[in-house]
Write a protein that binds this ligand. Structure first.
Ligand code: ADP
Length: 477
């Protein structure tokens, strides 16, 4: 039987480029597919920030030009193999030779270019995919263009689109993009209150839409979560499915992670050594007994920082230490800095994006706080659990699908959770967690073990994706 050919189009993949969970997913999901049945390849922008250790071995395989408005833009296709997966990088100095991945005035144009360049790369890489799997708004013009302009070129290619976060949709005025879109009409599939919504176009034109957890797939049909597209999600529910993300258990492994002070398996003593080493490293009082609560996150409204702000003084009345690592909105950065300044012996705030330090914190902490307002899947809680760190989360999206309240009687469950987006509900839940930590250390150990044994292996998700790829291409036997 021929292998199923899948091309992932995305704008991040760890270890080349990552700004959040999307980078983790694209960096680890392709490896999890069965090699005898599939040929999965990935196409990405070639950013300036890709580490030199990889970039130096990229091989230029072809060059062509793509129309962006009236100009012809250069596309250099470079290739790199890693862990049995082929990666293609689209090189264009003007669009991607910049320090950051996103956040430029012309992001719309940059990703219009990327989408068109992906579609036109196919003959040059000579890989005609059965499935073109596009991720998030930056790649969302691809399914639309595939249907509107390229269908005769790629008759056997189906489009699958994954929503990793509905909050970011690629919303632009038609006048802002019409000069670069190369469409001579206003595309109805993308119309959103007289603007262009790139993600909406992908939702209507893809053959299959997935989101990254079953609960989020349901929630998106509700106006509270749908970010204005809940009606579209209800419309397309017949072709929508939620597939839970996994984590790369070889990357996130407390036994082998080189970032840790002390590697450990399920040894609580060694985990505590990581805590005391981190306390020392960060200048907190060194005390193995005090529970450490951590947050590693983008500092944005989504992550529940308003709840934290509302009760942070009450949280810090408990005998705990708190470590926050993140970057994001100035209001949250300042609030967290100020609180840490007020409680220097209890809390530390590090405004940085730091992979190495994040691993040290996951390993050192006793609890990981993630009170998200919404959470498409969430990887941080899974990573925390992998390091034996107990999650305290709000029951939404992927957090609801992965964290189950610990029941003291049956000793089942892997964390703590609360349902309503309410600061005091979060506070009481944290107090309960801290209470269990101090009062019932044996039960706490059971809970840590349960958390670390939770199974988030990508293989399960990859099998589900494969089932749907086969279904959408008519290859299900
Ligand atoms: P999202 O994709 O919404 O940001 P996820 O929980 O799905 O949230 O993924 C976040 C990923 O980014 C995790 O791997 C987390 O460890 C990492 N991360 C977030 N903030 C930082 C930071 N300041 N430094 C290092 N890693 C971070």
């Amino acid at each position: 039987m021929d292998k199923l050919k899948v091309l992932f189009a995305a704008t991040e993949a760890y270890p080349f480029a990552k700004s959040g969970g999307l980078g983790d997913v694209i960096g680890s999901l392709p490896k999890a597919f069965p090699k005898d049945q599939t040929d999965i390849r990935v196409i990405l922008p070639k950013y300036a920030s890709i580490p030199e250790e990889y970039k130096k071995d990229f091989k230029l395989i072809d060059i062509f030009y793509v129309k962006v408005g009236l100009s012809d833009q250069y596309v250099g296709i470079q290739q790199y193999e890693m862990d049995g997966v082929t990666y293609y990088f689209l090189d264009n100095e003007y669009y991607f030779n910049r320090p950051n991945l996103y956040g430029y005035y012309d992001d719309g144009e940059r990703f219009v270019y990327f989408c068109r360049a992906v579609l036109e790369s196919i003959p040059y890489i000579d890989f005609y995919p059965d499935v073109l799997h596009c991720h998030d708004w930056q790649a969302s013009l691809i399914p639309f263009l595939l249907k509107e302009q390229y269908q005769w070129h790629y008759l056997n290619t189906k489009a699958v689109f994954t929503i990793h976060n509905m909050k970011y949709q690629g919303l632009y005025g038609f006048d802002d993009l019409k000069g670069v879109l190369n469409l001579d009409y206003f595309p109805a599939a993308m119309e959103f209150y007289r603007k262009l919504n790139l993600m909406k176009g992908a939702l209507y034109t893809s053959d299959l839409v997935t989101t990254v957890s079953p609960t989020y797939a349901e929630e998106l049909k509700d106006p509270y979560y749908g970010e204005g597209l809940d009606g579209v999600m209800r419309d397309i529910s017949y072709k929508t499915v939620g597939i839970l993300n996994g984590i790369d258990e070889t990357v996130y492994n407390p036994q082998t992670d080189p970032a840790l002070f002390v590697p450990y398996t399920r040894s609580y003593k060694k985990k505590t050594e990581n805590k005391t080493a981190l306390q020392d490293y960060l200048g907190l009082p060194v005390n193995p007994k005090v529970p450490m609560i951590s947050m590693i996150t983008r500092l944005v409204e989504q992550k529940g920082l308003d709840l934290v702000a509302a009760v942070i003084h009450e949280i810090l009345q408990m005998n705990i230490q708190m470590v926050v690592l993140g970057t994001g909105d100035a209001q949250y950065e300042n609030m967290l800095r100020e609180v840490a300044y007020t409680y220097p012996d209890k809390m530390i705030t590090i405004i940085d994006f730091n992979e190495d330090l994040s691993r040290k914190i996951y390993a050192a902490s006793d609890m990981f706080l993630m009170p998200s307002k919404f959470e498409p899947c969430g990887l941080s809680q899974m990573i925390a659990m992998r390091y034996g760190t107990v999650p305290v989360v709000r029951e939404t999206g992927g957090l609801k699908d992965t964290v189950h309240y610990f029941d003291k009687e049956t000793k089942e469950g892997n964390g703590f959770s609360f349902a309503t987006y309410n600061a005091h509900d979060m506070l009481f839940t944290l107090q309960r967690a801290v209470g269990l930590y101090y009062d019932e250390p044996e039960l706490w150990k059971t809970l840590m073990t349960n958390a670390s044994k939770s199974n988030f292996d990508w293989k399960i998700s990859a099998e589900t994706y494969l089932y749907y790829y086969k279904k959408v291409t008519g290859k299900l036997s």
